[in-house]
Design a protein around this ligand. Sequence first.
Ligand code: CDP
Ligand code: MG
Length: 139
Amino acid sequence: MERTLSIVKPDGVSKSLIGEVIKRFEGNGLKVIGLKMIHLDKKEAEGFYAVHRGKAFFESLTTFMSSGPCVVMVLEGDAAISKTRELMGATDPQKAEEGTLRRQFASNIERNIVHGSDAVETAAFEIKYFFNALEIFSD
Ligand code: CDP
Ligand code: MG
């Protein structure tokens, strides 16, 4: 069993894709064990994406991520990290596999509707960034 953090980004929320994203995850063996809607401010978006500080896309990315509400969720299941990323598809929707969320719904490499943690350590950091122990419900 593994946990990961996923976000329906502001573009996904504005395109009414909250249900679609959750349906893909739940339909593929992932359990939602934490869920909330939040509107990040710029500093909170910068903290979440701290690993990307200094990159060319950082300023634009954190402005986008603080432009509207997001849905953040904790997912649990076998190989939850890789399964979530497989369902999302590649960062650039044009390179994403047919049938993946990003291929199907993303506008471009920045506005790619969904986030998923990329490793066990980053998942632990990202889950803690948004959820305390009382907000996670696991048997
Ligand atoms: O989200 P993912 O792990 O697939 O990609 P990342 O390399 O960790 O980048 C984080 C986010 O930054 C992406 O999901 C995009 O929204 C954005 N990004 C961008 O705007 N331009 C790039 N060249 C790379 C990433
Ligand atoms: Mg990443």
